[in-house]
Design a protein around this ligand. Sequence first.
Ligand code: MN
Length: 333
Amino acid sequence: MSNPEARPDEVVCEGSDAAGVELMTPREVPLGGPRAMSVRRTLPQRQRSLIGAWCFLDHYGPDPVDATGGMRVAPHPHTGLQTVSWLFEGEIEHRDSAGNVAMVRPGEVNLMTGGRGISHSEVSTATTSVLHGAQLWVALPDASRHTDPGFEHYVPEELRGDGWRGRVFLGSLLGDTSPVATFTPLLGAELVLDPGTHLHVPVDPSFELGVLVDLGSVTVGGLDAKVGDLAFIPSGGEELVLRAGDEGCRILVLGGPPFGESIVMWWNFVGRSHEEIVGFRAEWQRQIADEATGGIVADSRRVADGRFGVVPDQPLAPIPAPALPNARLRERR
Ligand code: MN
């Protein structure tokens, strides 16, 4: 997904030492257009921008497509991150400049590596009547952030226990391990708890964790979390203690060791400095101007001389970058 904000802030994200559990509440961000769908954003926030390497979390739906128009995100660029798409309902067609065309479906993870640069589009399919899902970004560590673009699709087995079921799409939980490779240790899983279920889930104590509530309510780490909330649990614990509310819950459990690097996020880019972000923006703007005048021709291969490449067979015009903020943020070390 493209960050739809017209005036996105530049966010300097520093790995912070966690004091304790925190309840992070979402803010509504419209995807643009008069009747467009909006998303509930819980990452980044002023007080916390990263959970492990997870640096962006938009949660949306369930939205009736006939009221919102569904998802029509035209080609847009990314750098220095991976995107993770997880759907609860609906279907989205993904196309990227590395030549990947894939359907995002409920219970199936699509992970796109932006690395040094990629562009992609995301459009809900004609058969989709309701859209409901989460779009997540993972920051790449400095040593890996210039890697080649890539794409992986994986369908985890459903796990079942007493009063719960789950799917592990990244990392390891509840005896299952995802084969999807990541550049830092990560956890991503969906859990569904029946009403009143009380579950102690063993976790890696080096991981900080985030629990996003998609349906129902849950008490996690002593916090009462409702739909849209993201509960943060600092590293150090050996188990995640969950108690589902009266209507049960569906949650995403995210985690990883504290990232330990400062990043600069702006619009769809992750970099390490203001200057780098300015450069990425200029390259994207130059590319879409070249495309408009026929200087770059889309084909199934990534264009060799463009950082972001061209999304093949996608008639939607690429999204121009918003204006940069007036104030230059001071770098923090
Ligand atoms: Mn995107």
